[in-house]
Write a protein that binds this ligand. Structure first.
Ligand SMILES: [Zn+2]
Length: 488
């Protein structure tokens, strides 16, 4: 189940604003006091804390809805629990948690949930504030309506608990939608690989019934290759230049009497300037774009198992400082997570294959590729060139097929006995891709191989496999137009 939070601003006039502030103050007091008590006395259970404190706060704040008191106590218990956990890992230095702000939780008893979900187009809600219910109008926007439409069509559900939050002087209602994952027959198999400035994608369209492989129409069988431009590396470089410029500009202001500089990056002025750059925001936008592009239609999505810290592995052996920094800046994990989430939402499934040598093996002959002078181009010992990105995404397809495993093409047997743990890698070739589809992929790859043997000069029909020789990282293609489903 997927969750999406949508914040909607509340229309709050003066009098209502005061009410909200009072409720917030009381709620915050409860959370604070109970959290401190919980940690100091090591009473973390929400039920126990409720037994201890409910009556007290009912008397202290008679106007506050009973359910708000209960929720505040629960929130305190959660905060206390996570504080204790962090303290055990010595991540905190303070003796007890300091709660600075809260989001107020209204259960369905404390707001007009029933009425709200029965409406086709809700524009307001009522909340139990001090001394009864108050109608509050919502400043609704497109994103809310998008999810609301899904509620109406039964694709999503609205959670019963509403969160009310203050940001600066504005009040927001946060609606939580639970989206049911879509199910649909996959229309294509997609593999992708994340590089510094691009994401390489290979796509095999699936005919409507994959078991009729015998009658295929050859022209649809070449895996399409294209690039999605991300420019993560370029972005990192540009921001680094800007950050350096900021440091240079600020330096004169932080000269010590002995002529040295204070480390400018530790100053508040520096952090303020950097915050304004919104580097993260830009990156997040690009990550989402990639995820959307890959999951547009229900697909089987294949990617490498990146491990916990993919950057660290890559950096080993890279000595240039600047390059190390740039690799660090590529949000591998973020892309993977975003794709995983979107995949679920759009009815796609994500599979991982081992990352071992995906870009070091010829996708036609399954032989070990050799370096050429150009980073992007590799040489097959059987006498042709292969583009590195193409090898990588095509080999991910191979790894799903029985051929890769049964015949053990993949592995250099000498190093295998030394370095490889068969079991470990075997487990990662994911056996859960439907067998019919594996058979189909296998047939496509075999066709690719056969067509290459016929005319080795042109790598498997047209440009996709032509190595972009001499091209630098800018090399990017627009996605090919979809050819639709071949007639069978
Ligand atoms: Zn080859």
């Amino acid at each position: 189940m997927l969750r999406r939070a949508v914040a909607v601003e509340l229309e709050v006039a003066k009098e209502l604003n005061k009410l909200f502030y009072s409720v917030e103050t009381m709620y915050l007091n409860i959370v604070r006091e109970v959290a401190v008590y919980a940690v100091v006395n090591n009473v973390l259970s929400a039920t126990l804390l409720q037994r201890l404190f409910y009556r007290k706060y009912r008397q202290e704040y008679p106007g506050l809805h009973a359910h708000l008191i209960i929720q505040a106590i629960r929130q305190a218990s959660e905060i206390a629990k996570s504080f204790v956990k962090r303290r055990m890992r010595s991540l905190v230095s303070k003796p007890y948690p300091e709660v600075r702000s809260v989001s107020i939780r209204f259960t369905e008893k404390a707001w007009s949930y029933e009425q709200f979900i029965r409406s086709i187009a809700p524009v307001r809600l009522s909340l139990s504030l001090l001394g009864g219910r108050r109608e509050v109008w919502l400043r609704l926007h497109k994103r809310f309506w998008l999810y609301w439409w899904r509620v109406l069509t039964g694709e999503a559900e609205l959670r019963k608990t509403l969160i009310v939050k203050r940001r600066a002087n504005k009040w927001y209602a946060v609606f939580i939608f639970e989206i049911k994952p879509k199910e649909g027959a996959p229309q294509s198999v997609v593999s992708f690989d994340i590089n510094e400035n691009t994401v390489a994608v290979s796509r095999i369209d699936l005919p409507s019934t994959v078991d009729k492989v015998v009658n295929w129409n050859r022209q649809y069988l070449t895996p399409q290759l294209y690039m999605i431009r991300t420019d993560f590396g370029r972005l990192a470089r540009r921001y680094e230049a800007i950050r350096n410029a900021i440091i240079e500009k600020l330096k004169p202001r932080f000269v010590l009497p002995n002529g040295n500089h204070v480390n400018v990056t530790n100053t508040r002025e520096y952090r303020k300037c950097v915050k304004r750059l919104r580097e993260r925001g830009r990156k997040v936008g690009r990550v989402r774009h990639v995820a959307n592009e890959l999951t547009k239609s229900p697909s089987i999505i294949i990617t490498e198992d990146l491990g916990e810290n993919p950057q660290d592995e890559m950096i080993n052996g890279v000595s240039k400082d600047e390059l190390r920094h740039r690799i660090k800046q590529i949000p591998f994990k973020a892309v993977e997570r975003a794709v995983e989430e979107k995949a679920l939402e759009h009815g796609s499934k994500l599979f991982h294959v081992s990352a071992y040598r995906n870009s070091r093996v010829c996708p036609i002959h399954l032989t070990r590729l050799e370096e050429t002078g150009d980073w992007h181009t590799l040489q097959c010992p059987l006498g042709h060139l292969v583009d590195r990105d193409y090898a990588s995404v095509t080999n991910m397809f191979w790894k799903l097929t029985p051929e890769a495993w049964a015949k053990a093409f993949w592995w250099d047997l000498k190093s295998l006995s030394k370095n490889m743990n068969w079991r470990k890698h075997e487990g990662k070739s994911n056996p859960l891709v439907p067998y019919e589809i594996v058979k189909y992929i296998h047939a496509v790859l075999k066709t690719l191989k056969a067509s290459f043997e016929q005319s080795p000069a042109v790598l498997a029909r047209g440009s996709p496999m032509n190595p972009a020789r001499g091209a630098n990282e800018d090399w990017a293609r627009t996605p090919p137009r979809s050819k639709g489903t071949p007639a069978l």
